[in-house]
Write a protein that binds this ligand. Structure first.
Ligand code: AMP
Length: 607
């Protein structure tokens, strides 16, 4: 049976898991870490780096290192969130050809799904190394609050990475799956998920026999640990400005160092009450003197700096309970997910709001990937019986006359689902209608997200209000939307699968897939090259050590001299192959080197 991996594609870190022998396990990367930074970089030599190695060089190569790409995925260039990212990022963000967002690394423009694809590809390789076989299928998680464009863009990223994303599931739902898996509990749970870039809350009913039903979900895709880091950075920058009159934001390298230091200080303050931020030689004062940054940050100060952000998450929890028509005491368990939930103030705020101690039994960094792998197993293996009923996080509808938003599917409706509504023409003799498909909660169409548009033409000429058009919305299990419009009388019909209007074209995805494949072959080859080079180098060194001895022993015979010449030639060829980085040739020479080495050892042993 084909293996399906579960991937938590996080803003800051990603994690991959698989169900083995009936139990979900997280797969560690080559360094032994269970999570991998969602970072991508291009070096001066044009080499692509992903994960820990990208993170390690982020300070010295800040302009060409991408972090938090998830905040940009599936967003339109004009969205406020993109503007916000442009101001905060050390890498260049530019407008793409479809009003989408592109990231410039070493003069080359990359689509955001293309960047995320590099991270997904890394997770795929981690799983393949562990399993010893190729992996083609994955379940990938997204924040519950992701709209259709963001979901579609995440699917595109999977495709570019060579993965068939068989299902997209919501992160809090995945966490609940992992929490409830194999426990046979019947409970109403709230999953509070505060990660690096996003905040999500979901309320679920876990029923007997593996039924997971989401009742309500809400969140903010621009509220995460990075915003808390940004507060710490502001505090450091302002303090430095007061003291030295220099704005550290002007220096990208300084800013990247501040970013690292701020996050480190924040994490440390989860276990200690105060910590020192120490950044020697942060900038020069213009008179060739280096300035240092040194400040103490206390846990209390950090809590003050971030209190309104934490409060915002609690407000969203409140709203979600109202939407779910549940009282606080009906929530039987609160599950904490995401690295930020390690912060004591966050744990305390959640406890205070829900009036119960949150469950800390699940590992906040791993639980989402584990849940994704459980879903993957359930979709492909009958032995894992499970029913997952998720909801649509946003209302869906169309724009009607006067720029109003007419809702067809309300927020928090269980998916898959479909709804039909009849509309009429708004002008006399109108022969075409434009259907604008939107997602959002506002009555004013322009405040909502435009998912796609299509025109139903060839309508009968008739007075306004007399031609009836039947519009059907469908949301599949991935949360992806399709819309059909039909002239009620003639049966004339038009439909679209709503694909990201702000994303990539099919052709672009195809090109990026080819690029990604090329890159993978490159990277694999370079790993293989290193291994083979080492093997060859070792043999060469050993042969060369034996040369003088062997030469002395066999020099008297023609046959011996010939053997020596042959050995020298093999060593020379191996050296050339290494220089050329030609893996196939190195492998060939290794055979010759091994034979020579054996023969040399034999000669020496006989004397
Ligand atoms: P995630 O997206 O779930 O990987 O969460 C990552 C976020 O959690 C980042 O903003 C981290 O800085 C933050 N984080 C990780 N560990 C801690 C910690 N011990 N205390 C506070 N925040 C943390």
């Amino acid at each position: 049976m084909e293996k399906v991996i579960g991937i938590d594609l996080g803003t800051t870190n990603s994690c991959v898991a698989i169900v083995e022998n009936g139990a979900p396990v997280v797969i560690p990367n080559r360094g032994g870490y269970k999570t991998t930074p969602s970072m991508v970089a291009v070096t001066e030599a044009g080499k692509r780096l992903v994960g820990h190695i990208a993170k390690r060089q982020a300070i010295t190569n800040a302009e060409n290192t991408v972090y938090a790409a998830k905040r940009l995925i599936g967003r339109k260039w004009t969205s406020p969130q993109v503007k916000n990212s442009i101001a905060m990022s050390s890498y260049r963000i530019v407008e793409g050809p479809h009003r989408d967002v592109r990231i410039v690394l070493r003069e080359k423009e990359f689509g955001v799904p293309e960047i995320s694809a590099m991270v997904l590809q890394e997770m795929k390789v981690i799983a393949e190394d562990y399993l010893g076989e190729a992996v083609h299928k994955a379940v990938v998680t997204v924040p519950a609050y992701f709209n259709d464009n963001q979901r579609q863009a995440t699917k595109d990223a999977g495709e570019i990475a060579g993965l068939d994303v068989i299902r997209i599931i919501n992160e809090p739902t995945a966490a609940a799956l992992s929490y409830g898996f194999g426990r046979n509990v019947e409970k109403t749970v709230a999953v509070y998920d505060f990660g690096g870039g996003t905040f999500d809350i979901s309320v679920l009913e876990i029923g007997a026999h593996g039924v997971f039903k989401v009742i309500a979900t809400a969140g903010d895709t621009f509220l995460g640990g990075e915003d808390i880091d940004a507060r710490v950075i502001d505090w450091l920058v302002e303090g430095f400005k007061e003291e030295h009159g220099i704005d550290l934001r002007q220096d990208r390298m300084a800013l990247q160092r501040l970013k690292d230091a701020a996050e480190k200080a924040k994490c440390e303050l989860s276990s200690v009450r105060e910590t020192e931020v120490n950044l020697p030689f942060i900038i020069s004062n213009g008179r060739n003197e280096a300035l240092h940054l040194q400040r103490t940050l206390t846990r209390q100060e950090l809590e003050e700096l971030s209190s309104d952000l934490i409060e915002r998450t609690i407000d969203i929890c409140k709203q979600t309970l109202e939407d779910a028509k549940l009282e606080k005491d009906e929530i039987e368990e609160v599950v904490l997910v995401g690295g930020m939930t390690r912060m004591p103030k966050i744990q305390a705020s959640v406890e205070q709001f829900f009036e119960k101690e949150p469950n800390k039994g699940v590992h906040p960094d791993e639980v989402v990937a584990l849940g994704a792998s459980i879903q993957g197993a359930a979709l492909t293996d009958d032995r894992h019986q499970m029913v997952l009923l998720d909801v649509t996080p946003h209302a869906l509808g169309i724009m009607t006359f006067g720029s109003y938003f007419e809702e067809l599917i309300p927020q928090n409706t269980t998916v898959p689902t479909h709804r039909t509504k009849i509309f009429t023409t708004s002008r006399d003799h109108q022969t075409a209608v434009k259907i604008l498909v939107m997602q959002g909660e506002s009555e004013r169409a322009e405040d909502n997200e435009l998912l796609g548009e299509f025109i139903l033409t060839g309508l009968r000429r008739a007075p306004k209000g007399t031609v009836e058009i039947e519009v059907t919305f469908e949301i599949n299990a991935d949360g992806i939307v399709s819309v059909r419009a039909k002239d009620f009388e003639t049966g004339l019909e038009q439909s679209i699968q709503v694909t990201a209007t702000s994303g990539l074209t099919r052709d672009e995805i195809k090109t990026m897939m080819d690029d990604a494949k090329g890159d993978l072959v490159d990277r694999r080859t370079s790993e293989e090259f290193e291994a083979k080079k080492q093997e060859a180098d070792k043999l060469i060194a050993e042969i060369e050590k034996l040369f003088p001895q062997v030469e002395q022993i066999v020099a008297s015979s023609d046959f011996g001299r010939e053997a020596i010449e042959k050995a020298k030639a093999i060593v020379g060829k191996a050296r050339t192959a290494i220089e050329r980085r030609d893996v196939a040739a190195i492998k060939e020479q290794i055979e010759g080197l091994t034979r020579t080495h054996r023969m040399f050892k034999g000669v020496v042993a006989k004397t």
